[in-house]
Design a protein around this ligand. Structure first.
Ligand code: SF4
Length: 359
């Protein structure tokens, strides 16, 4: 019988030594990697480790989950809070960066700690889950701020919490009639797909019954290899239960920063009914200089996606600046120039086309 998700979570490797001893025997550990781990601890599930093909940093899965000496490279712009969420926090577990949306940081723990995480200040803590008293305070605040109608439940990864806690969080949000949409941000379809049991899916689907909020799941797949059969099955369970799943990928050097890999990821997601919704430029977080790409790389990839993919399979390439400014969409320049009553535009493959003004 397959391991339960709780057992898989308990058995995740929580240090480089454990990772080598249990899942990646070929792992070579340097003193710099140990220092990187001291700054942001290791966590890797057996499932995620099983996706590694080469136990070194040229492997896109390994690169995302194993502490690297390159994390020690300093950068003047690197921040522990690159989106400036802390100044936008009206309550300890709540962030409001937009008038109509808020983020509930329901949990500090994750099944795998991603080396590119922009919220390491939370995910490194591994502290307790949101308490009943905190949930009551959040619900009170939401009632007093009815403009906030869309709540993103995040963390850490909120779905590492037991079913009863997930149900309590959804219950608290359902109790606020002005909350119309709940989105759950989770990396578990990639790192611990066994979490998507029939019981959990029932809880998520039940939240919208009887006039409750629409519930979405925001997954986080960065590489086509993360779409293992178990991951596809987890997503299918959600979609079959009427829960839309959309993906938020992060553009990462040496992981997915080439057009062919990103196209393969988007195609694979689209085939399993997961909308490739965002492709995020990496945030200016601590310890990720070696994973960041120039903006030009993403623009080149987007030009290829626009040329080759059907509309719903093309993500929005965005930069998330700090504070309240809102996401900035980045797109290859398609409007080239005005020429005597026409505008010259360019297709994804560079082919020019002159669109005439009305007569
Ligand atoms: S699962 Fe999310 S919150 Fe946790 S380490 Fe990865 S990116 Fe950060």
């Amino acid at each position: 019988m397959a391991d339960s998700w709780q057992r898989q979570l308990r058995r995740a490797a929580r240090s480089l030594d454990e990772l080598r001893a249990r899942f990646l025997p070929g792992l070579e550990i340097t003193p710099e990697m140990r220092e990187a781990e001291r700054r942001f601890p290791t966590a890797v599930t057996e499932h995620y480790a099983s996706l590694v093909e080469r136990p070194d940093f040229s492997d896109p899965i390994f690169r995302q989950c194993v502490p690297s000496g390159e994390e020690l490279v300093p950068a003047p712009w690197a921040s522990r809070d690159p989106l400036a969420e802390e100044p936008c926090s009206p309550l300890p577990r709540l962030v409001r960066r937009y008038p109509d949306r808020a983020v509930l940081l329901a949990c500090d723990a994750c099944a795998c700690r991603c080396r590119h995480c922009f919220r390491k200040r939370v995910s490194a803590r591994g502290g307790p889950a949101v308490s009943d008293a905190e949930l009551a305070a959040v619900a009170r605040w939401l009632r007093a701020n009815p403009r906030v109608e869309d709540v993103l439940v995040s963390g850490g990864d909120p779905l590492v919490l037991p079913d009863a806690r997930v149900a309590a969080i959804l219950g608290a949000l359902r109790s606020v009639p002005t909350v119309r949409v709940v989105r759950i941000a989770t990396r578990l379809p990639a790192t611990l797909p066994a979490r998507f049991t029939r019981g959990l899916v029932r809880i998520l689907a039940a939240a919208r019954r009887g006039g409750g909020p629409a519930v979405f799941v925001s997954a986080h797949f960065n590489h086509p290899r993360e779409l293992a059969p178990e991951a596809a099955e987890a997503c299918a369970r959600l979609v079959d239960a009427g829960i839309p799943v959309q993906n938020q990928a992060v553009l990462l050097r040496g992981v997915n920063d080439d057009p062919a890999t990103m196209e393969a990821l988007c195609r694979a997601l689209y085939r399993i009914r997961v909308r490739p919704y965002y492709l995020f430029q990496a945030d200016l977080a601590e310890g990720i200089e070696h994973l960041r790409t120039p903006l030009a790389t993403g623009l080149r990839i987007m030009a290829r996606l626009r040329a080759n993919l059907s509309g719903p399979a093309i993500p929005n390439f965005c930069l998330d600046p700090p504070g309240h400014a809102g996401k900035i969409e980045l797109a290859p320049a398609t409007v080239a120039r005005r020429v005597r009553g026409t505008t010259e535009v360019r297709a994804g493959d560079g082919t020019p086309f002159r669109y005439p003004d009305p007569v």
